[in-house]
Structure formats: structure tokens, C-alpha cells
Design a protein around this ligand. Structure first.
Ligand code: ADP
Length: 529
């Protein structure tokens, strides 16, 4: 088991890191010992509970890739190899699709109540294993353990919600246009779903898709990110324990383009649901066209957090801090641009920087850590290049602005003032712990700047005026708006973007519709006796 190898790296005196992207970095010995102890105890616990899975799940069986190839999963905080998982491709994906297709007949014919009971059992198991799943998330993704356990509760809430919602997939009876007719509408599951998910929420991005899919009667082939497959596999193991039948839920990971192609070209797959980068989302949407699949996309954002002169300063600081620095800035709803009105700009800059300074950067397993590492070195290099670009164009660093002394992929929480619209960080997703402050004069300016982007996922506004909040949230071209609140995601509300941030909604009653087809039935000759 490769966890053993990780431990060896540590015991062997903190040699060079094994991750190829991190080979130039060395660990400090105390950190290394600390991490490996945690990694080992986590792996031992997970192994004994059967939650450390490294094979794919096809037709209810755990299997290696057919050519026995594997991929390594790293701990981003240390570079240690956590596990070797099966590296699958076209053949395995085709078999997973076939098993989902077969399972669809029986799963979709169960009553909603029967499917609901299975999902409820899955929810109970996810919650019962909250700690272990949280540890697994920290291990492969890096976020602080408390935040990771929070993700488990959040992720599981979608399974609970859709266990309940399964029983509420109502149709309609429509008043007929002719007296001898009766018209009705049925909602039916769409069929086999391909779900492709990213690394920033290794559990929640899966449950948001699989919950409504299974609840509605669909079957699913999940492809988790190759960077964070372990949480997905553990969740799938719990799904089996809960009674999700063989084939209803498959998990394949490895060669992303091959798996994507197999899912997209198969006429058996009727729906693709994707969370990830806008570039990949566009490719998938185009590739879904030849077989006319239903597509849901949750893509990149460029969220403005707008602080008006009349805002409560504490609320604005707290809300923007939460919206910006959750998951070290690695979420698509993270505040990407902080727009601050002239009259409050300096006060806000000072109070916000003070709050950011208190954030604790460190290994996610260390008590008190609020900021973990970035996912990999490419992510840090991107942040560095954005900061360099802003500074070269006149922005001023108030705090941070460089890699953290912990090394690896740790980056200092950063606040930059005097950022303008021509800088790259105003236009593209930073996906890191950098808050750019942009000055504006009027409400109209704020709305214009906020909407001046191809993205349209989340926006935040801070104001004490009820009238202004209505004017502004109505004018914002975004799918989600937080008013005096920086954390707004919940399973009971619809999550999704407009413009190039995507199509469709996840969570809430609207999220169920993404997995349902509407069938209209016209009964004729109804006046016959
Ligand atoms: P991120 O930058 O968040 O990793 P990506 O869009 O690259 O976003 O990745 C999100 C998911 O999409 C991951 O599971 C990744 O493996 C998958 N992916 C990337 N490229 C493709 C592709 N060509 N076909 C199918 N899936 C892909």
C-alpha cells in the first residue's frame, strides 16, 4: 500500500519529495514527521473500515484498470504519495456505461419510496463516517480538517435532501383543449448519467449530482478528479453498503479525455453533468452535440464582492473574508474582485487586511489551521503570475504577495489595493488566497464593473439599504447573490450560473429537473361510453 511508501519517505529522514511537480522542494523534518504520523493513522483507520479504496467500481465490483496502470494521489501539503489508484480509460468506461444501462431498467422501476430508503441509508453512513471522510479530504485535497468535515456534512445533505425529494416528482393534469381529450404530463428519469467532477470539493461535487440522479431513477458513471479520487471511492463504498444496487453507481478515473470521450460518444449516456473549468466545459458541451445529450455545466466564476459606503464594516469584512478565503480561495464562488466604494475604501482596506492577517496557514491536520496549501504547483505559479501582472501595472500589495515560508504549495493570504479592470486578476479566476481591492464611485459604476465579465456565477453585496440591495441584485447578471452574507451555498437552494458560468442548477427542487424528462400524454376518444 502506497501510504506505507509515504511513511518511508518520512522515516527515511525527509528526503526529496516524491511528487514530480514538487521535486525541487524539501520538507522540514518536524513537519514531515507530523504529517506522516497523521497520514499513517488516517490510512490505518480507513483501511480497517474498508474506506481506503484504490480500484474503480464497475457493475458493483471493485476492479483494477484492465492494463494494471495506476496513478499516484499526492498529499498537497507534503507531496507524499497517499495511494496508487487504478488508471482507467475507454474500455473500463464502456463497461461502466453498459452496467449503468442495464441497472437503469430495475432502478428506475423501483418506487420513489424504495429509492428514497436507499439514499437515506447512504446519508446515514456518510454522516457516521464524517470524521474519516473529512480526513481523507484533507489528505488528498489539503483543506483544513474542520472545513473538510464541514464539506462532508454539506455533501451528505444533498443525499438526505434528494432522499426526501424523490417522493415529490409530481406530474401535471392539464385542462384539455378538446372535450374528448385528457392531457397529462409525466416526469421520468432521463437514463444513464455521466458525472465529471473537480478536485476542490472531492465529496460535495459528487453528491450534488449523484443525489438527484439516483433519486429520480437515473443510474450514474462518475469520473472524479484524478487529484482527489479517494473520497469519491470511499463514498461509493458507503453507497454499496447502503444498498445502491450493482451498476446504479459506477466510478472510473484515470485518463480524463478517454473517459470523457467514451461518456460523450455513447448513445446510451443521456446526460452529462460537469463541474470544472470553463475551457473543459465548453469542450464537453461541443462533444455532447452529436448525440444531443442533455448537459448541465457548473463552470468558472469571477465573483464580485461589492462593499458600498453604507455597509456595516464588520459585516462586510466578515462576509468578504468568508467568500474569498474559504478553501484557500479555491472555489468557483470565491470572491475574485472586491469592489469597494470611495468613501469606505481606506477603512475597509485596513480592517480587511487586519482580518486576513489573522488567518492561520498550515497543514490541514494541524489544529487552528484555516488556510491549507493550494492543490499543486501550477496553481501557485498561476497566482504568482497574476500578482506580478497586477504589481507591474500599478497595484500595491498590502499583505502577503508571495509563497509562504512553509514551502510546498503554501501561499500567503494576500490583499492588493489599487487593482484595476485591465489587470489579469480582474478578468480571470485567481483560484487562490489573493483579494484584489478595486475602487468605484457610484452604484452604477459598481454594477457596470461587476457585470463586465463573461462569467456569472456568484456575487456578493454589502449595504444597509434595503432599496439599494434590491436595485443591485436585480441588475447583477449572476445566478447567485449574497446580500450581507458571504457563505450562501445550501442543498435547499438552486446553485448555478448564467452567461459562461454554466447551464442548469444543482440542489433544491430545481436540481431534480436536470435529471428528468417531461413526457406529455394525450388521451383521445374519451367521450366514448
Ligand atoms: P480544474 O482546473 O478544476 O481541475 P478541469 O476542468 O481541468 O478543472 O477538471 C475538472 C474535471 O474534468 C476533472 O475530473 C478532470 O479530470 C476532467 N477533465 C479534464 N479534461 C477532460 C476531458 N477532456 N474530458 C473529460 N473530462 C476532463
Amino acid at each position: 500500500m502506497v501510504i506505507g511508501a509515504a511513511a518511508l519517505v518520512a522515516i527515511g529522514g525527509c528526503r526529496k519529495l516524491v511528487s514530480s511537480s514538487h521535486t525541487s522542494l524539501l520538507l522540514v523534518s518536524s513537519q514531515c514527521r507530523q504529517m506522516s504520523t497523521d497520514a499513517q493513522s488516517v490510512s490505518e483507520k480507513l483501511r480497517s473500515s474498508g474506506l481506503l479504496r484504490t480500484q474503480g467500481l464497475i457493475g458493483g465490483r471493485w476492479i483494477d484498470s484492465y492494463d494494471k496502470k495506476t496513478i499516484k494521489v499526492n498529499n498537497p501539503a507534503t507531496g507524499e504519495i497517499v495511494a496508487d489508484v487504478a488508471c482507467m480509460g475507454t474500455k473500463e468506461t464502456n463497461d461502466a456505461i453498459a452496467s449503468s444501462y442495464e441497472a437503469f431498467t430495475s432502478w428506475s422501476r423501483l418506487t420513489a419510496g424504495e429509492r428514497s430508503k436507499v439514499l437515506r441509508r447512504w446519508y446515514d453512513l456518510l454522516i457516521a463516517h464524517k470524521e474519516e471522510l473529512g480526513q481523507l479530504i484533507t489528505l488528498e485535497q489539503g483543506k483544513p480538517l474542520k472545513e473538510a468535515i464541514g464539506e462532508v456534512a454539506y455533501g451528505a445533505s444533498f443525499i438526505e435532501y434528494y432522499a426526501e425529494e424523490a417522493k415529490r416528482v409530481y406530474g401535471d393534469i392539464i385542462p384539455p383543449n378538446l372535450s374528448d381529450r385528457r392531457l397529462l404530463v409525466l416526469k421520468q428519469p432521463i437514463g444513464v448519467v455521466g458525472a465529471i467532477t473537480p478536485w476542490n470539493f472531492p465529496l460535495a461535487m459528487i453528491t450534488r449530482k449523484v443525489g438527484p440522479a439516483l433519486a429520480s431513477g437515473c443510474t450514474v458513471v462518475v469520473k472524479p478528479s484524478e487529484l482527489t479520487p479517494l473520497t469519491a471511492l470511499a463514498a461509493a463504498e458507503l453507497a454499496l453498503q447502503a444498498g445502491v444496487p450493482p451498476g446504479a453507481l459506477n466510478v472510473v478515473m484515470g485518463n480524463a479525455p478517454e473517459i470523457g470521450d467514451a461518456l460523450l460518444t455513447s448513445p446510451k449516456v443521456r446526460k452529462i453533468t460537469f463541474t470544472g473549468s470553463t475551457a473543459v466545459g465548453k469542450k464537453l458541451m461541443a462533444a455532447a452535440a452529436p448525440t444531443v445529450k442533455k448537459v448541465s455545466l457548473e463552470l468558472g466564476g469571477n465573483a464580485p464582492s461589492i462593499v458600498f459606503d453604507d455597509a456595516d464594516l464588520d459585516v462586510a469584512v466578515k462576509g468578504t473574508l468568508a467568500a474569498k478565503f474559504r478553501n484557500s480561495g479555491q472555489t468557483c464562488v470565491c470572491a475574485n474582485r472586491v469592489l469597494v466604494q470611495d468613501g469606505i475604501y481606506d477603512k475597509f482596506a485596513e480592517a480587511f487586511s487586519e482580518a486576513v492577517q489573522k488567518l492561520e496557514v498550515g497543514d490541514g491536520f494541524k489544529e487552528g489551521t484555516t488556510q491549507g496549501p493550494l492543490i499543486n504547483d501550477a496553481a501557485v505559479q498561476k497566482v504568482e503570475s497574476f500578482v506580478q501582472d497586477a504589481v507591474s501595472k500599478g497595484a500595491k500589495i498590502l499583505l502577503g504577495g508571495k509563497r509562504h515560508s512553509l514551502g510546498m504549495t503554501f501561499y500567503e493570504p494576500t490583499v492588493i489595493r489599487d487593482v484595476s479592470s485591465d489587470m489579469i486578476m480582474s478578468k480571470e479566476e485567481i483560484f487562490g488566497p489573493v483579494a484584489p481591492l478595486i475602487r468605484f464611485k457610484t452604484e452604477e459604476d459598481a454594477i457596470r464593473i461587476a457585470n463586465d465579465t463573461i462569467a456569472g456565477l456568484a456575487a456578493y453585496i454589502f449595504t444597509n439599504s434595503v432599496q439599494r440591495s434590491w436595485r443591485v441584485f436585480e441588475a447583477l447578471e449572476y445566478g447567485l447573490v449574497g446580500v450581507n452574507e458571504g457563505l450562501i451555498s445550501t442543498e435547499v437552494a438552486p446553485f448555478g450560473g448564467v452567461k459562461q458560468s454554466g447551464l442548469g442548477r444543482e440542489g433544491s427542487k430545481y436540481g431534480m429537473d436536470e435529471y428528468l424528462e417531461i413526457k406529455y400524454v394525450c388521451l383521445g376518444d374519451m367521450n366514448r361510453h
